[in-house]
Design a protein around this ligand. Structure first.
Ligand code: ZN
Length: 307
């Protein structure tokens, strides 16, 4: 079995995980890779979650803004779109630092938009115990100043940008962003393309709910839709369906182990079917993913999860 970075560190026990940011699974990168998605829409990949840029005469709308350490490099990358002074809107898909720490730098240049719960999370310190990662409270200038509950639209650069809240999936404050005219979707961390995802159970996340949410998202998607995942390569409908089916399929295997009375450690020792093996390469090892699924299903069973 190939061990991921997290798996190796956990086994070796030599390095504390505090040095690893939540979902800090990309290779350290000193630059952004810019990929044209369609017309004036681009994907930027740096160290954290994938960014999107909608560029035009009205300015730049940017989805997510990576770690704060990447802000100087991101500033450079934005030059090709007219520079940071052209930044008008930043949308945060959810509160995790690998998607929002750039708010600390770019917040004073743009209006930050997010779901209500993103502001509520960022206004106080947050801890992700799985990664031993503490996020300090953000100052006002780095907080979303426009928030919404279930849906909202931004009409910008000739595009109809629709934000749709998917409740209690990856976290309790996730947005997916639909570029209606371009038929492009930024799925945030409801989509890790081809790899086991992090699901933040401590902050309202739930594995089966995430699968349900993806089924809802698929109502907006057709065979031509281009989908930017929170992590991984640009994708289409087939990859999103495969991801949803992996969430459901691995959950069914873990549920069977729970039903047979296995503890989480026993379940981890048994592992998952061979067919899920390709999903372990890139971020979470199978035991870490299995542990998240086990805990999520136990939360459902104990009814501690309230949507
Ligand atoms: Zn995340």
């Amino acid at each position: 079995m190939k061990l991921t970075k997290l798996g190796i560190l956990a086994v070796a026990g030599l390095v504390t995980l505090s040095s690893i940011g939540a979902e800090d699974h990309h290779a350290a990168s000193a630059s952004f890779k810019t990929t044209k998605v369609k017309d004036n829409l681009f994907m930027l990949s740096g160290k954290g979650g994938n960014l999107a840029v909608l560029n035009g005469a009205q300015g730049i709308l940017m989805i997510d803004d990576d770690y704060k350490a990447m802000s100087p490099v991101l500033t450079e990358a934005l030059r090709s779109f007219g520079g940071v002074d052209k930044l008008t809107y930043i949308i945060n898909t959810h509160w995790h630092g690998d998607h929002t720490e750039g708010n600390l730098f770019f917040g004073e240049h743009a209006t930050i938009v997010a779901h209500d719960n993103v502001r509520q999370r960022l206004i106080t310190p947050q801890e992700i115990k799985l990664f031993k990662k503490v996020t300090e409270a953000y100052p006002e200038k780095a907080l979303p100043s426009v928030t919404y509950d279930s849906k909202m639209h931004l009409y910008f650069n000739g595009e109809d940008v629709e934000l749709v809240h998917l409740p209690n999936g990856h976290t309790d404050g996730d947005s997916v962003i639909l570029f209606k005219k371009a038929n492009v979707v930024h799925a945030g961390d409801h989509f890790f393309n081809g790899i086991f995802p992090f699901v933040d159970l401590e902050h309202g996340g739930n594995v089966l709910n995430m699968a349900h949410n993806i089924s809802e998202l698929l109502k907006y998607v057709n065979g031509e839709t281009v989908i930017i995942p929170g992590h991984g390569a640009i994708a289409g409908k087939n990859e999103l369906v495969a991801f949803r089916d992996m969430l459901v399929g691995t959950s069914a295997e873990v549920q069977a182990m729970i039903d047979s009375g296995m503890t989480m450690e026993q379940a981890k020792n048994k592992g998952l079917s061979e067919k899920w093996e390709p999903w372990t390469h890139g971020f979470l090892s199978t035991p870490v993913w299995l542990g998240i699924v086990y805990q999520s299903l136990m939360q459902d069973k104990n009814n501690t999860f309230n949507n």
